[in-house]
Write a protein that binds this ligand. Structure first.
Ligand SMILES: CC(C)(COP(=O)(O)OP(=O)(O)OC[C@H]1O[C@@H](n2cnc3c(N)ncnc32)[C@H](O)[C@@H]1OP(=O)(O)O)[C@@H](O)C(=O)NCCC(=O)NCCS
Length: 189
């Protein structure tokens, strides 16, 4: 861009007739400022892409709509007793161990944790499809395990549906290992 927009301290840096030392200094200073601005923008965009703005924290009531939408997206085939709104309400009657991963004020991940004084449990670990494979799930689980550890929990378990084999690598990458157990459950009428 030529003309008034590129005037620096009254000097038209493109059209100045005298190519003096003064002109060169002003031109160099102009270029350096532009370079610094570009560098700042590049660094900021890389930091954003690598998740530097990721916020890991406990769920609060303002998160409900986004967390419900996230779980509905990630677990569309869950049975009615896992309906996210009632899961959140029932959980909050007992404790507040729901954790979220937030990026630019958007909830991109969530999970439920439990600690009964003996073992810890993880449930509904979910990362939005558009944020996968960038470390968000690992950071959320590690954060949650740290919080459980602070409560005195020394071992945490997770149940994985036998059809959901692809997440085994995810938990293995975090140090979980498959244990020789049969999982059983009962609905209490
Ligand atoms: C499983 C899940 C939480 C992983 O979240 P994520 O943010 O993508 O995980 P990360 O980026 O932290 O992955 C860390 C490592 O785990 C492994 N991993 C993660 N997802 C994987 C997949 N689908 N297949 C194979 N390995 C996988 C990789 O080793 C990965 O490291 P890499 O990307 O450098 O190769 C996410 O895929 C998800 O929400 N899945 C659907 C819900 C679900 O099944 N939850 C588990 C219920 S038990």
């Amino acid at each position: 861009m030529r003309g008034a927009g590129r005037r620096q301290s009254g000097v038209d840096v493109d059209n100045h007739p005298i190519k003096s030392i003064d002109w060169l200094e002003k031109r160099a200073s102009f270029e350096i400022r532009g370079f610094r601005r570009g560098l700042r923008q590049t660094v900021w965009s890389v930091l954003n892409r690598t998740g530097a703005t990721l916020n890991l924290r406990k769920y609060n009531n303002g998160d409900r709509t986004q967390v419900v939408a996230l779980w509905n997206t990630v677990f569309p085939d869950d049975p009615p007793h896992n309906e996210p709104n009632s899961v959140i309400s029932e959980k909050l009657k007992v404790d507040d161990l729901i954790f979220v991963a937030e990026k630019d004020q958007q909830i991109v991940g969530a999970c439920i944790a439990g600690y009964d004084g003996h073992r810890g449990w993880l449930y509904a670990v979910a990362i939005h499809p558009s944020n996968r494979r960038s470390g968000v799930g690992s950071k959320l689980v590690k954060h949650t395990l740290e919080q459980l550890k602070c409560l005195g929990c020394m071992k945490t378990n997770i149940q994985i549906r036998s059809t959901n084999t692809q997440v085994v690598s995810f938990y293995e990458s975090l140090g979980f290992s498959t244990e020789d157990r049969l999982s059983m459950g009962i609905f209490i009428e």
